[in-house]
Design a protein around this ligand. Structure first.
Ligand SMILES: [Zn+2]
Length: 493
């Protein structure tokens, strides 16, 4: 029997506020020393009172608006009660029945093969993060304890829940990646999965093709990379298919993901909402939002990835692939636009369009290659937009050949030098002198009689070989077109 998988995601993202959610402790994900950013409020001492972080509320409302959610005119916080060593208060302040945002959507598949589709978002709410348990890998003799670092306890955490709208691991990853990009554009979270700033849980069920009722769902937790999201979901779909195939039933449960074994494993039976004894947080008054407040947040939203993608294609005449690459990395896209603004104001429209295209190509291919996964926003990235634009102008005016441009770019990347100065010092000025090129062509042809004979016998490769020899001899500084015509001229007489 064929089964249709159905997946809903719950994604947590730590917000980039300066202080924690309900106290003035620093929110610093890079703090290495444990238990320094703590106070009686985030430690839940009796008699302390929480005060909601306004910046965090702004961030969630902004995210909700960017995802076309309805923003609640009236919202409140609730206590979610459970015991765990990393939860000092014995409850988490969260939101139960009146979240800040509801009913939104996010379009996926702009650059993937999954097809373009809107994924419905059920809700986005605001809560606080827990501390971090540290289980010692090697325990000294006689110790039987774990450690807890509370620096993260009380850090603002946004939780987004989707409708069960996704149908594969690949689609789920596409959603998570699109959301990550959006959060970064909005500046509300760095959403770095490796650092635990974005964490994904997936609810997965399968149902026989042709039926409507969803199967029993299994929740998979602890998915800390896009790869584990994809692998865990694919594994779980296969596992459930086997369970049903063997005539058994899928248990409703929470499962973990074992990255080393590439399989999910039973953690505990799924708890339901009533297990947490939610009740309204008595120490925080409900929140009300005026239409003016909401409109103010809307005005703070910058140009978002999908709008930027269409504008880039339209404004700079870029291909779909180039635009997608420039939008994927916000910094790279901004760098591209800075380079474009430095290309020069006295160019004809046609010439400018040509150079813009050239700049786009060099940035998404050669520069990205040199960056090797690093960002142009890193402190040690050395090429100024002005120097990059100068390089593009040198290529466009045939001052250097394309192979020479590649070596020049590499030098600029390493040293941060100015392209015209590097050109002189590296001896990469284009050999454009026709006589000089013909002289070298003669030399190459005399040295390679066999290649010449092969060419005359109709072997196209032989000609390419001679061109290659020429380019090597001139260290890539000769104009390839002049090289080709010179060789042909000599061989054909
Ligand atoms: Zn605190």
């Amino acid at each position: 029997m064929k089964y249709i998988p159905t997946i809903g995601l719950e994604i947590h993202a730590e917000l980039k506020t300066s202080s924690k959610m309900f106290c003035s402790c620093k929110n610093d994900p890079n703090e290495k020393q444990p238990n320094v950013n703590i106070c009686p409020i985030c430690m839940g001492h009796p008699g302390t009172l929480p005060v909601p972080n306004e910046q965090a509320i702004h961030m969630v409302v902004k995210t909700g608006l960017a995802l076309q959610c309805e923003i609640a005119p009236y919202s409140k916080f609730d206590r979610k009660n459970y015991f765990y060593p990393d939860l000092p208060k014995g409850y988490q302040i969260s939101q139960y029945d009146l979240p800040l945002c509801q009913k939104g959507k996010l379009r996926i598949g702009l650059s993937a093969q999954t097809g373009e589709r809107d994924i419905q978002i059920t809700r986005i709410h605001l809560e606080e993060d827990t501390g971090r348990s540290q289980h010692l890998l090697e325990r000294p003799e006689g110790t039987d304890y774990s450690l807890v670092d509370f620096n993260r306890a009380g850090v603002p955490l946004m939780e987004l829940v989707t409708e069960p709208d996704l149908h594969s691991g690949q689609e789920s990853v596409a959603f998570a990646q699109e959301l990550q990009r959006l959060l970064r554009y909005l500046g509300v979270s760095d959403a770095d999965m490796e650092k635990g700033q974005m964490r994904v849980e997936a609810n997965i069920s399968i149902r026989p093709e042709g039926t409507e009722t969803l199967g029993t769902k299994v929740e998979v937790k602890n998915l800390n990379s896009f790869r584990s999201v994809q692998n865990a979901i694919d594994f779980e779909i296969q596992r459930q298919t086997q369970v049903l195939g063997a005539g058994e039933e899928v248990n409703q449960e929470t499962r973990g993901w074992n990255e080393a074994k590439k399989e999910t494993f039973t953690q505990r039976e799924k708890e339901s909402a009533h297990d947490y004894r939610y009740f309204p947080e008595p120490d925080i008054p409900p929140l009300t939002f005026t239409p003016a407040f909401i409109e103010m947040r809307r005005l703070e939203i910058p140009e978002l990835p999908q709008a930027k993608n269409s504008r880039m294609q339209r404004e700079y005449n870029l291909g779909e692939k180039e635009a997608a690459l420039l939008v994927k990395d916000r910094g790279l896209g901004e760098y591209f636009e800075q380079v474009v603004s430095e290309l020069g104001s006295r160019l004809s429209e046609e010439e400018l369009a040509k150079r813009v295209k050239l700049a786009g190509n060099y940035i998404v291919s050669d520069l990205q290659g040199l960056l090797a996964g690093n960002s142009v926003e890193d402190k040690n990235f050395k090429i100024t937009a002005e120097n990059f634009a100068e390089l593009i102008n040198m290529i466009a005016t045939n001052k250097i050949s394309s192979p020479a441009a590649k070596s020049l770019l590499k030098k600029m990347f390493e040293t941060g030098g100015d392209p015209s100065q590097l050109l002189e010092s590296e001896g990469l000025t284009q050999v454009s002198n026709q006589e000089e090129i013909e002289r070298i062509a003669k030399e190459i042809i005399e040295k390679n009689p066999k290649a010449v004979q092969d060419y005359k016998n109709g072997k196209a490769n032989a000609f390419q070989f001679l061109v290659g020899e020429m380019m090597a001899k001139t260290r890539g500084t000769a104009n390839p077109e002049t090289v080709r015509t010179s060789i042909l001229k000599i061989i054909e007489g």
